[in-house]
Each structure stands twice: as structure tokens, then as C-alpha cells.
Design a protein around this ligand. Structure first.
Ligand SMILES: NC(=O)c1ccc[n+]([C@@H]2O[C@H](COP(=O)([O-])OP(=O)(O)OC[C@H]3O[C@@H](n4cnc5c(N)ncnc54)[C@H](OP(=O)(O)O)[C@@H]3O)[C@@H](O)[C@H]2O)c1
Length: 294
């Protein structure tokens, strides 16, 4: 099985690349610029900008993948809000170039989406009607629609608030920020009026492998099993790592005014993934321990 992973230099991309390579899959990692992955041995890497349709055509024609995991995206809602044309190019047009290039080879196409395609009243099941609250969510939904219309065998995977180990050249996660702040005796303000289902990165990797092996078609939510506010997550980090929880102050979202609207109650339901994929996410406490154990 030859698998292409786009956005392989990013946080999820590096973990997915490493995990699937260790499972014995032939993985070819695609991302912009130099390969940033320092964990995967003997990685096949190609530098490509996915907004270059001709370059994508050439790479897909050369590699003829059986599976494409389209993970690359402009992934920060604030950056998307401030750079909407660029965000449309990266998240929507690049997806359309990739789908068109893939069409003659009919690979299984797995699109990495997000809970941001939904609005309030989470946690959301796969059957809920999308209602994105910001431009990032709108572009991810547009890309989902392109994938559905492509005629390729496809699935859409949605994670939430991803965390896990951050190796060399990976951006630190929210959990790392909390731990590092507390270690340095720094007081932090953390939002307590938003709810998410934070997702341990290796749970996603295992779920993605199951999706590919079972060749599932349709939408799948791969999220954590605990519904938590960022403040509760920060407290759990302090407790699990024996750090000073008194440094963490709960605040409302209004403390950090920003142009991007985020759902108060987001998060995703995972019953479908449990039933069809045998998806069994670990608890948030276990995830914290594993995040900082290596
Ligand atoms: N992180 C989360 O909590 C979360 C939650 C839900 C869904 N997701 C989704 O999960 C996926 C991965 O998220 P992440 O947090 O790992 O993102 P990330 O760290 O920002 O990684 C995205 C990667 O895609 C690459 N990329 C973007 N545009 C590209 C282009 N035109 N050509 C080639 N590569 C390009 C980026 O390249 P550069 O390194 O050059 O920028 C980056 O390496 C995204 O699709 C995101 O929407 C993430």
C-alpha cells in the first residue's frame, strides 16, 4: 500500500507519517520546503507546494498512490481570518488540484477536516448539519464538499484540539504551554467557558489506520472521550505532572477579545468510530502522561 501524506511537516502530519511508516506502510511524505521530520527513519519526502497544480499532477503521476491522506491546510483560524484569499487558495483550491490530479488513478482519498465545520451545541455527531462560525471552518467545509463530489472512494476524518508528544521541529501544543508556564512559576489565564473533546494524536493515527484498512466511506469523528474546557485541561496537566495548579486562573472568552468566532460548546461524538472502526481513545489523563513521558 503506497500512501501519500500531505502537510507532513506539520504536527499531525509528522505523527501520521511516523506511525504509518512503523506499521510497514510505504509512506511518501509531501510538504513545503525542507523535510522537518526528525523521527521517521528512511523517510521518502518530496517538497511540493500544493497550490502548484502542475507540480501536483507530476508528483501524483509519478507516485501513483493507492491512498492519499490530505492533511495539509492553513490550520490557524486567526491566520485564516486575516488572510482569506490565501486561506481559500491553501485549503480549497489546493484540495481541488489534488483531487483532479488523483482522479485518473482512483486512490482512496482521506481528507483531514475539523470540528470547526460545526457551530454551537457540541459535541456533534457525524449526521449534524454543518454551520461553521469562522472562515477557517468555511474553507474546510468547502474542501469536504469537493472531496464528496470528486467521485473518488473517500472518507472525511475530523479530530478536535490535537495534543501529544512534540519532538524536534514540531510545534508545542497547548499542554506544552501549560506545563512550561507552570514549571517557570508563571501565572496563566485559561478560558473556562469553552468545551472541547481533546484528541490524543496516536488515537488519531490508529483510527486513520483502521479507516484505511477497512476502506470505510463517509465521515468519521476521531476525538477524545472526555469533554473539557481549556481550564479543566490545564488543571489536569498540573495534577498529572504534580505542578502548582494555583498559578492557573479561570477566565471567560471575553478576556481575550479576537475577531475569530469560536464555538463555546464544540467537540465531537465518537460512537460511529467506536462501532465501525473499533476506535478506543485513551483518557485525557493518560494522554497527558504519554505526552510527557518521552
Ligand atoms: N491541530 C488541531 O488541533 C486540529 C484540530 C482539528 C483539525 N485539524 C486539521 O488537521 C490537519 C493538521 O493540523 P496540524 O495542527 O498538524 O497543522 P499544522 O501543524 O499547521 O500542519 C499543516 C502542514 O500543512 C503544510 N501546508 C500548508 N499548506 C501547504 C501547501 N500549500 N503545500 C504544502 N504543504 C502545505 C504546512 O506547511 P508549513 O509547515 O510550510 O506551514 C504544515 O506543515 C489540518 O488539516 C487541520 O485543519 C487540526
Amino acid at each position: 500500500m503506497r500512501i501519500i501524506i500531505t502537510g507532513s511537516n506539520g504536527f499531525l502530519g509528522q505523527h501520521l507519517t511516523d506511525f504509518l511508516s512503523k506499521q510497514g506502510c510505504e509512506v511518501i511524505a509531501l510538504s513545503r520546503g525542507e523535510n522537518q521530520n526528525r523521527i521517521t527513519k528512511q523517510l521518502k519526502y518530496k517538497s511540493i507546494d500544493l497550490t502548484n497544480a502542475a507540480a501536483i499532477n507530476a508528483v501524483i503521476k509519478e507516485l501513483k498512490p493507492n491512498v492519499i491522506i490530505h492533511n495539509a491546510a492553513m490550520s490557524k483560524p486567526d491566520v485564516c481570518h486575516d488572510n482569506q484569499d490565501e486561506c481559500h487558495l491553501q485549503n480549497v483550491e489546493a484540495t481541488s488540484y489534488l483531487l483532479k490530479a488523483a482522479a485518473p488513478f482512483n486512490p482512496y482519498f482521506l481528507y483531514v477536516s475539523t470540528d470547526f465545520i460545526f457551530g454551537e451545541n457540541g459535541p456533534h455527531p457525524e449526521t449534524e448539519t454543518p454551520a461553521p462560525l469562522n472562515y477557517y471552518g468555511q474553507t474546510k467545509l468547502m474542501a469536504e464538499q469537493l472531496v464528496r463530489q470528486s467521485g473518488l472512494p473517500h472518507s472525511i476524518m475530523r479530530p478536535v484540539f490535537i495534543y501529544g508528544p512534540a519532538y524536534e521541529n514540531m510545534r508545542p501544543t497547548f499542554l506544552h504551554w501549560v506545563r512550561n508556564s507552570l514549571l517557570h512559576n508563571k501565572k496563566i489565564k485559561v478560558v473556562n467557558d469553552q468545551r472541547r473533546t481533546p484528541t490524543y494524536v496516536y488515537d488519531i493515527c490508529k483510527g486513520v489506520l483502521a479507516m484505511i484498512q477497512k476502506n470505510v466511506i463517509g465521515d468519521f469523528h476521531l476525538a477524545g472521550k472526555d469533554i473539557l474546557s481549556p481550564y479543566q485541561m490545564a488543571l489536569a496537566v498540573a495534577e498529572t505532572l504534580n505542578l502548582n495548579a494555583n498559578l492557573i486562573e479561570p477566565v471567560t472568552s471575553e478576556t481575550f477579545p479576537e475577531p475569530v468566532i469560536r464555538a463555546k460548546n464544540s467537540g465531537l461524538k465518537i460512537d460511529k468510530a467506536r462501532e465501525i472502526l473499533g476506535y478506543k481513545p485513551i483518557s485525557f489523563e493518560e494522554g497527558i502522561a504519554l505526552t510527557f513521558s518521552s
